[in-house]
Design a protein around this ligand. Sequence first.
Ligand code: GDP
Ligand code: MG
Ligand code: ZN
Length: 292
Amino acid sequence: MTELYRVASTQKTTATLLNNETHEKSHAFFARKLKPICGDLVEVTENKAESIINKISKRFNTFSRADNKGRKQHIAANVDQIMIVMAVKPEPTRDILNRYLVTAEHEGIEPILVFNKSDIDSQVFINLINQYEQLGYQVFKTSKHDTASINCIKPLLKDKTTVIVGQSGVGKSSITRVMMPGIELKTGKLSDKTGKGAHTTSVTQMYYDQGLNANIIDSPGVWEYGLWDMSAHQVASGFREFQQHLGMCKFSNCTHIHEPQCAIMQAVKDKTIRENRYQSYLRIVDSMKYWG
Ligand SMILES: Nc1nc2c(ncn2[C@@H]2O[C@H](COP(=O)(O)OP(=O)(O)O)[C@@H](O)[C@H]2O)c(=O)[nH]1
Ligand SMILES: [Mg+2]
Ligand SMILES: [Zn+2]
């Protein structure tokens, strides 16, 4: 009988594994060309004293980002949800949130938006919260001083694998501590200011919480999040409210930037698409030129 394991973290040629049934921790070697990532389901061969990963199961999706050349770099596999934590302090930028949402739409990862530190100012995010709720996203307002506000999220995590992202200091550890008292997220030190340090992949780590039968994947440094080289069409289809208008532009290859009779630009005029989302779309598409 082959037992299945889930990769909790990887080092150069070894991986920390969690038994898929018992959740017991173990370690195994892998051949470099195999390239397992956090969240992978793997088969292991016991070889004298060593365990070796011999097979990676087909991934149903990946959570990825751009490497420093704009190529898609896989961070974690088989992810159900992404919990995007933002706070009154430090203030988030809208484009980062939208970039995460584009990835989520692409990979079929369910986003959960969390606006934390509401005790400092409960009004500042009202517009943002309303806007994203209207788009159909699950949005929560939390404070670490209000356990009930955090406990509202707990049922969503049950039996799932969730990636948690957010700028350092927004309260990821604080929130996780309330929802999953048994685990302690590591503090990730990055090798450079951009957060794109060489060690970024190796600190991505999956934790199992018995209470919720849930995994949480912490990937410190993902906050400076860049999308890999995508076409305008791919970016547009990652904006949920654009989807119903796509295919209705005069030109089938419309980038929705300057073309005449563009259904997206018309929808912005008609206010069925918010100006700030469209402007964010333009900036994201524009940023793709750096990957040229
Ligand atoms: N006022 C306030 N402070 C918070 C809240 N959540 C976290 N903090 C504080 O923010 C700092 C960073 O929190 P931490 O959980 O380590 O953030 P992380 O870097 O995202 O894991 C700590 O000093 C926390 O006590 C909150 O809801 N309200
Ligand atoms: Mg932390
Ligand atoms: Zn168009």
